[in-house]
Design a protein around this ligand. Structure first.
Ligand code: GLN
Length: 454
């Protein structure tokens, strides 16, 4: 813990940690020390972690990187962080992210962007988003592991951009209780770690049934670490042809081909597959996610949490809502709220929201058919490119930024587990990641396949 706190102090330029909890960390570390000496050390005893600012942590600022939650210190602990603390983990601090987890570059954060520890010729790069602080902190050795959340790729894309591992488990595996909601039918927490083994250990602790989240699944959690044998003989790995996008960079094509060759050498059968509705996933996601966000974010009204605007004489409750929300939300969040309310409005509900829900069902069915035909896991690139420069996309059309999520959103729409593992470097020396998508509830198998690729 002390070594990490020293590293964090020296790495301010990465802007990865946004709330310091070093006093708490030292207290937790001392308690861990006592347990270790007493021979009663649980699985993560004394392991120093970073926690994404989206998790509510008792008494500690939990702002979802938004001005609207300024001053909010929850009186409760999210189930995932409680599970980690019960296992003896230490919280070093809260980690930077895109505001309300909306973004792919960490540039929508009220704290300013986190920075990728990887560079090309001193050009600063994004660590990805929304879990950009988590990715930067793990990649730069500021903590041993971090929590992330993934609604459309926010664990896997930043993991790929920083050369680390991150898994989004099956929807329902981790409790969403106490995690600031973005799009409730898509949000899942997961670990961001240096290795597949660390992901297995972290996920084991984070997940499990929670009666406080009605979508949390009451399904046994196997011993993920024990499933890491590296043996994938006879496993069928699908290569979906629809993920071969026009204009895909040659190095991504090569990464994908090399990954598939590696799995084949390890004894897997490689099979070409089709997921025909893939091209509708991104548009469906960017209807469903903002729709749910617009509803979830209605609670930030200046009454119950965080920031309240200064009011003028004569202002009523409507002015209070309007001014508070105008001041408290950033541009990307406002864009999502507007898109969301539009697609849910009486006149457009059927044309947009209902249609997107039907597309979602078709996407889910595509995966079911492939798994029913015997495919065990699906291999794709994690991202369409390596990490891009800060400012490069944020200043462009927002749709350019949304296109980053093209390989990851299908997994959330279908509720499946997906993992990003570092799999190579590009011509400029930047890390590239591959994604493996698994059957529901089979994170153990998925981790093992990723382990064979590591
Ligand atoms: N980049 C995607 C978005 O902006 C995904 C974000 C996420 O997974 N939280 O919605």
């Amino acid at each position: 813990t002390e070594a990490c706190l020293t590293e964090i102090e020296g790495a301010g330029a990465l802007n990865a940690f946004v709330h310091d909890t070093s006093d708490l960390a030292r207290e937790q570390a001392r308690a861990a020390d006592v347990r270790i000496k007493a021979g009663d050390a649980p699985s993560l005893c004394g392991i120093p972690l970073g926690i994404k600012d989206l998790f509510c942590t008792r008494g500690v600022p939990s702002q979802a990187a938004s001005a609207i939650l300024e001053g909010f210190r929850p009186e409760y602990e999210s189930t995932v962080t409680q599970n980690l603390f019960d296992a003896g983990a230490v919280m070093l601090g809260k980690l930077n992210m895109d505001e309300f987890a909306m973004g792919s570059s960490n540039e929508t954060s009220v704290y300013g962007n986190a920075v990728n520890p990887w560079k090309v010729d001193d050009r600063q790069l994004t660590p990805g988003g929304s879990s950009g602080g988590s990715a930067a902190a793990v990649a730069a050795d500021l903590c041993l592991a971090a929590t992330g959340t993934d609604t459309g790729g926010s664990i896997r894309q930043p993991a790929a951009f920083t050369g680390i591992t991150g898994i989004k488990p099956t929807y329902g595996r981790c409790s969403r209780w106490g995690i600031v909601a973005f799009a409730s039918s898509l949000d899942q927490a997961g670990p961001m770690t240096k290795t597949v083994r660390d992901s297995a250990i972290m996920l084991q602790t984070m997940c499990g049934h929670d009666p406080k989240d009605s979508t949390s699944a009451d399904i046994p959690v196997p011993d993920f670490e024990a499933m890491l044998t590296g043996d994938i003989k006879g496993k069928v790995i699908g290569i979906p042809r629809e993920y071969r996008m026009d204009g895909m960079p040659a190095e991504i094509e090569k990464l994908w081909a090399d990954g598939s060759a590696m799995l084949k050498d390890a004894g897997a059968e490689i099979r070409d597959i089709s997921l025909p509705h893939t091209k509708y996933a991104l548009p469906a996601y960017y209807v469903i996610a903002p729709a749910e966000a617009s509803s979830n974010l209605a609670r930030y009204d200046g009454v119950r949490y965080g920031h309240r605007a200064r009011l003028e004489q004569g202002d009523g409750i409507t002015e209070m809502y309007e001014k508070t929300r105008a001041e408290g939300f950033g541009d990307e969040v406002k864009r999502r709220v507007m898109v969301g309310t539009y697609v849910l409005s009486a006149g457009f509900y059927d044309a947009y929201y209902n249609r997107a829900r039907k597309v979602r069902t078709l996407i889910k069915r595509d995966f079911e058919q492939v798994f029913d035909a015997g495919v065990d896991a699906i291999l794709t690139p994690a991202t369409p490119s390596a990490a891009f420069g800060l400012g490069e996309m944020a200043n462009a059309d927002p749709v350019q930024m949304y296109l980053n999520d093209v390989f990851t959103v299908t997994v959330n729409l279908a509720g499946l587990p997906g993992i990003a593992v570092p799999a190579g470097i590009d011509a400029k020396g930047l890390p590239l990641g591959l994604q493996l998508i698994g059957r529901p509830w089979e994170e153990g198998d998925l981790l093992n396949t990723a382990y064979a690729l590591e």
